[in-house]
Design a protein. Structure first.
Length: 184
């Protein structure tokens, strides 16, 4: 091997395209449009900082080799393309989130998470309606796994109540579970 080949830039990585990064992210799990846009913007900032660091370390680097900073318009164009192809879907993201969180959390907590993710409330309304039908059962199962037996005193009742309320179950359902009432 020649010495010339080993003197090439070591450690300098070429930034993968935004489209490639978006596909990699989608291959791992579902994302909402808002979540994917945030991830791509964050990723682009990291690659720009990395490129600047590499150039500062290598003073002989060509200054024109800085990556072109992607704009929000480019990210939106990629997201539009992915939605048109069916690769990115807020409905699928909402279904996956409800499946993932439904057993451990109440409607209120799941609805807040969907809103933070930017999912339109009209798209998630049907999912939340079906979740509401099973809320008592899910709360009861969660409570029985955690505590197993009814509270003996007021302090313990308050602890049970706080636990279920923190998981996003409605106060009506929490009260029924703690009181030992069966679902209507």
């Amino acid at each position: 091997m020649s010495e010339l080949g080993s003197k090439e830039k070591k450690g300098t990585k070429q930034s993968p395209s935004l489209k490639a990064r978006a596909l990699r992210l989608l291959s791992l799990r579902e994302y909402s449009r808002k979540g994917m846009a945030a991830k791509l913007a964050e990723s682009e900032q990291r690659w720009v900082r990395l490129a600047k660091t590499d150039i500062e370390e290598d003073l002989s680097a060509d200054q024109n080799s800085l990556p072109v900073k992607s704009t929000a318009i480019e990210i939106e164009a990629i997201l539009d393309d992915f939605e048109a192809r069916g690769w990115l879907s807020d409905e699928r993201f909402a279904e996956a989130l409800v499946r993932r969180r439904g057993e451990r959390y109440g409607i209120r907590k799941i609805q807040d998470e969907l809103e933070r993710a930017g999912v339109d409330s009209s798209k998630s309304a049907l999912l939340l309606k079906t979740l509401k039908e099973t809320e008592y059962q899910r709360a009861y199962e969660l409570w029985s796994r955690k505590f197993g037996a009814p509270a003996k005193d007021q302090k313990e009742k308050a602890k049970h109540y706080r636990f279920l309320a923190s998981k996003g179950f409605s106060s009506e359902v929490v009260s029924k579970v703690i009181a030992g009432q069966r679902q209507d």
